[in-house]
Design a protein around this ligand. Structure first.
Ligand code: PLP
Length: 389
C-alpha cells in the first residue's frame, strides 16, 4: 500500500476548502434554531440568510427575481423540483415531461416514479454528449408542462446546450416549467437562471468543496407566486414554506462560503482546469486509451476514457492500491453492477461502458497527479488480465 493520495474523483465529491472549514467552525457556536425569535435564533438565521445571499450572488440572481430553498442534498433539491411541480399542476391534460436519456439517477428515478403514476416521460437522446434538438422539436406538444435537463453530464463531462433547448420549449409553450440539474456545473460553468432559461436549478454543496448533507433549489419568483410548485416535505414551514425542517446551519454556512471562495478565483481555476484537461487527454491518448470526448461542448474537469478489454473496476482497484482514486461511472450507480446507461446513451457499447473510467479534477489537482495516474495506468495495462469481448 502507498501513502500518497492522488484524488481524481471530484465529481463524486470534493475535499473541504479552507473557506468552508472556517465557516463551519464559526457556525458551530451558533446553536440557536434559525426559527427561534430570540437573539441566539436570530444569529443562526443571519448565517442562513448570509449564505443564501452569497449563493444567489454566485448564481447572478437579481433581488426578488427568485429564491433559494435549502435542502439536504442535490437529490432532494431535484425531488422537490419534479414532485413539487407535478403535484401542483393545475391542468388535467398537462401530462408530458421532457428530459434527457442520460440524467443522474436523482432525476431519472424521480421521473420513473412519476411515469408509474401516469405521467408520460419523453427522454431526448444525447449521443456523443449532444442534446438532440430535432428529437426535442418532435416531442413538443401541448401536454408538456415540465422539462428537466442536466447542465453538465456527471459521467462524460458533456455540457448540454440548455439555453437553446429551454427556449425552444418556452417559445412553443410559455407556461412549461424548466428545471436544470446544475449539480456538476455550479461554479464550474458560468451561468445564471436567465442565461439558461431555467425556472428551477438544483445545486449540491459537496461538489464545490463544502460538506455533504446540503443542497439547494433555486426557484423563480413567479413560479412561487403563482403556486406552480408545492412542498412535499411539510411541517414547520421553513424555507419559504417550501421545505420544512430545521436548517443545517453549519453546512449551509459552509456552502455559501465555499461558493464565494471559488467565485473569487474563478478565472484562475478555469485556466488551470482547462490546461489539466488537455494535459490529461494527451497523457491518456499516449497510452492508446480512447478518450470519450463529447462531440461539442464539454467541461474541463471531467474526462471519461475506455480501457482495452480491462474491466473498469479491476483497474479502479489497481489504481486505488497505488493511492490514485478514480471512478467507474457515477458513484451513486456504481453499486448496480450494470453497464452505465449514460455511457450507452453517449454511444458506447455495453462492453466499452464496462471498461470505462472517469477522472474528475478540482483546482487542487496538479500535472504531477496526472503523471502519477498515467504511470500507474501504464503498469496496470501491462499487468492486468484482459477480458473476452
Ligand atoms: N445530479 C448530478 C449531475 C450529480 O452528479 C449528483 C451527484 O453526484 C447529484 C445530482 C446528486 O447530488 P447529491 O449527492 O448532493 O444528492
Amino acid at each position: 500500500m502507498t501513502e500518497r493520495t492522488v484524488y481524481l474523483d471530484n465529481s463524486a465529491t470534493t475535499p473541504l476548502s479552507e473557506a468552508a472549514r472556517a465557516a463551519m467552525l464559526a457556525a458551530m457556536d451558533s446553536y440557536g434554531n434559525p426559527s427561534s425569535l430570540h437573539t441566539l435564533g436570530q444569529q443562526s438565521e443571519q448565517l442562513v440568510r448570509h449564505a443564501r445571499e452569497q449563493l444567489l450572488g454566485c448564481l447572478g440572481v437579481r433581488p426578488r427575481q427568485g429564491t433559494l430553498v435549502f435542502t439536504s442534498c442535490g437529490t432532494e433539491a431535484t425531488a422537490l423540483a419534479l414532485f413539487g411541480t407535478a403535484y401542483a399542476k393545475a391542468r388535467r391534460d398537462a401530462t408530458r415531461i421532457l428530459t434527457t436519456d442520460s440524467e443522474h439517477p436523482a432525476t431519472a428515478r424521480a421521473l420513473d416514479a412519476l411515469e408509474k403514476n401516469g405521467f408520460e416521460i419523453v427522454r431526448i437522446p444525447t449521443v456523443g454528449g449532444v442534446l438532440d434538438t430535432d428529437a426535442l422539436c418532435a416531442a413538443l406538444d401541448r401536454r408538456i408542462f415540465l422539462a428537466s435537463f442536466m447542465l453538465v453530464n456527471n459521467e462524460t463531462g458533456a455540457l448540454y446546450r440548455l439555453k437553446e433547448a429551454f427556449s425552444l420549449i418556452k417559445r412553443a409553450y410559455p407556461d412549461a416549467i424548466t428545471h436544470c440539474d446544475a449539480v456538476q456545473g455550479f461554479m464550474r460553468v458560468r451561468f445564471t437562471p436567465q442565461s439558461l432559461g431555467a425556472d428551477m436549478i438544483s445545486l449540491s454543496a459537496h461538489k464545490i468543496h463544502a460538506p455533504k448533507g446540503v443542497g439547494a433549489l433555486y426557484i423563480d419568483g413567479e413560479l412561487l407566486k403563482r403556486k406552480k410548485i408545492v412542498p412535499y416535505l411539510v411541517g414547520g414551514g421553513q424555507e419559504s414554506g417550501m421545505r420544512s425542517g430545521t436548517e443545517n446551519v453549519i453546512g449551509i454556512s459552509a456552502f455559501g462560503a465555499a461558493a464565494e471562495d471559488m467565485n473569487c478565483r474563478r478565472e484562475q481555476t478555469e485556466q488551470k482546469l482547462s490546461a489539466l484537461y488537455e494535459y490529461a487527454s494527451k497523457g491518456l491518448e499516449k497510452l492508446e486509451l480512447t478518450v470519450n470526448r463529447p462531440r461539442e461542448a464539454h467541461v474541463s474537469h471531467i474526462i471519461n476514457f475506455t480501457l482495452p478489454d480491462i474491466k473498469s473496476e479491476t483497474m479502479l482497484h489497481y489504481l486505488s492500491a497505488d493511492g490514485i482514486y478514480v471512478s467507474s461511472g457515477s458513484a451513486c450507480s456504481s453499486h448496480s453492477g450494470a453497464p452505465s446507461s449514460t455511457l450507452m446513451a453517449f454511444g458506447l457499447t455495453p462492453h466499452m461502458a464496462d471498461c470505462s473510467l472517469r477522472i474528475s479534477f478540482s483546482e487542487y489537482n496538479t500535472a504531477a497527479d496526472i503523471d502519477a495516474l498515467c504511470k500507474s495506468l501504464r503498469n496496470g495495462l501491462e499487468g492486468l488480465v484482459r477480458i473476452k469481448r
